[in-house]
Design a protein around this ligand. Structure first.
Ligand SMILES: C[S@@+](CC[C@H](N)C(=O)[O-])C[C@H]1O[C@@H](n2cnc3c(N)ncnc32)[C@H](O)[C@@H]1O
Length: 460
């Protein structure tokens, strides 16, 4: 094999019948580096290339490895005994008592509905819930996915369903819907972000990247005083097919419609959400109000930020979840949403001794490391720090930072919902896949609530 060029590496490796993971095992080069060489994103230095070429010259060894079956083809499962030391670490924090009480209170003491809103790309209703708590009547909603629509309907019973695919609604239908709903003070919506996010392919021609234009058709008809458009933070570096930045295009389009618009990059952990979650908000204010858009000030942050403001330390994973029963792999509680996925024995072995904040790929015992992958996978979260960004894949132990800080398993639905600041009485339906999608894609209601209260006091 000629390792001098990454371009030839893949072809040669495939000819030898070696997977990238097996090549990593044989050469001791981490798989992500091999992948970077093969994709020509990185160039190996000459000494490394020469060493690998030499290792691969041992044809017998290469063939033996190529023939070897997958190490973990057979999955076995075993109950996990509770370890008293771990259970002791899982003790309830004062922050948890306050947080759970806050979420319950926001739901039960909702303000009188004195403002009206429309929710587009509504998902299961995270963004809507925060606005509802702050006294907005969500008069109508629109969402493509029927499963998510049914969750939304169950939680926002008086909101009128305007349809599924926004791009199929013609102007007449939008005008008709707007007339039926009456005056709308505010439009909220997070057009799908996969086209812009790192987990997607970030293709400039991804049709999901232009759905914001459909959002604007509602702005044209309803002429709300305020419009809120939310997306992943990476949208700020995304280019559109014409070569410009999508963020500038969004701002230009609002300006052309007579709105002052600004974008705000925020992290949910700075607004009392026990989770690191970066998002970009465009806030547009109708020009006749003669006000510049603004975002509320953070309420939570590092002590260093507390010099002049009354700011609390960020909420942690423990603040979100420490009252929940301790569960190991495959165990259940009385709460149907707090039930742990059952993981195979080898996954448990890889992770059992791995400390908080570390991945199984960093296991001190090399024999207990996954055969391939990156060290953001099979990774434990940290009990006394904000949770990692909740994604739709939070139930997969192999996913990105999905492992509980103390127990050896992926997050339960209840834990993910708590990290996202959904109260326990929010109804998520019965379909596990749909609830995971809804929770992973949602704007944390607590962040939405603070924004909603700010907009109400400043502009509505
Ligand atoms: C990022 S999620 C929104 C989450 C929501 N803001 C929340 O807080 O729960 C985007 C949503 O847009 C929906 N969607 C995608 N394409 C759509 C379309 N063409 N018409 C309407 N909704 C669409 C997706 O099904 C998804 O639920």
């Amino acid at each position: 094999m000629n390792f001098a060029s990454g371009a030839t590496l893949r072809t040669a490796r495939e000819k030898m019948g070696l997977s990238q993971a097996k090549l990593a095992e044989l050469t001791g080069i981490p798989q992500h580096m091999l992948s970077a060489y093969e994709l020509q994103k990185a160039v190996p230095d000459r000494a490394l290339a020469a060493r690998v070429t030499e290792i691969l010259a041992d044809v017998g060894k290469v063939e033996e490895l190529a023939r070897r079956k997958k190490r973990y083809r057979v999955h076995s499962y075993e109950p996990i005994a509770h370890d008293p030391v771990r259970i002791a670490r899982h003790s309830r924090t004062v922050g948890n008592i306050e947080y759970v009480e806050l979420l319950n209170r926001l739901g039960t003491c909702a303000s009188p509905k004195t403002r009206t809103a429309l929710s587009l790309f509504a998902g299961c209703g995270g963004l809507s819930l925060g606005f509802d708590w702050a006294g907005y009547a969500i008069k109508g909603f629109l969402e493509l996915d029927e499963g998510l629509r049914s969750i939304y309907r169950a939680n926002f019973v008086s909101s009128v369903e305007l349809g599924g695919d926004i791009s199929l609604l013609d102007e007449e239908k939008i005008e008709h819907a707007a007339k039926d709903l009456g005056s709308i003070d505010l439009i909220i919506g997070g057009p799908p972000c996969q086209g812009f996010s790192l987990s997607g392919k970030r293709a400039v021609n991804d049709p999901r990247n232009t759905l914001f234009r459909d959002y604007l058709r509602f702005v044209d008809v309803c002429r709300p005083r305020v419009a809120v458009l939310e997306n992943v933070r990476l949208l700020s570096s995304m280019k559109s097919p014409n070569g410009g930045y999508v963020r500038d295009e969004i701002q230009r389009e609002f300006a052309a419609r007579g709105y002052r618009v600004e974008r705000f990059a925020v992290n949910a952990k700075n607004f009392g959400v026990p989770q690191h979650r970066e998002r970009l908000f465009f806030i547009a204010i109708r020009s006749d109000l003669n006000r510049d858009p603004s975002f509320p000030s953070p309420t939570h942050g590092a002590v260093a930020d507390d010099l002049f403001r009354n700011i609390s330390p960020p909420r942690t994973f423990a603040d979100a979840c420490s009252d929940l029963p301790y569960l190991e792999s495959g165990e259940q509680s009385n709460d149907p949403l707090h039930a742990a996925v059952t993981h195979p024995k080898h996954n448990i072995e890889w992770l059992w001794d791995v400390e908080e904040g570390y991945s199984a790929h960093e296991n001190l015992d090399p024999a207990k490391r996954p055969p391939s992958g990156y060290n953001t996978t099979y990774k434990r979260q940290v009990w006394l720090e904000p949770g990692a960004t909740v994604q739709t894949t939070f139930g997969m132990i192999s996913g990105c930072r999905n492992v509980h800080p103390i127990a050896t398993r992926a997050l339960t639905v209840r834990e993910a919902a708590r990290l996202q600041s959904f109260p326990d009485d929010f109804f998520f339906g019965e379909a596990l896949g749909t609830m995971r999608t809804g929770i992973g894609n949602a704007v944390p209601p607590l962040l939405a609530y603070q924004l909603a209260a700010h907009l109400a006091s400043e502009f509505l």
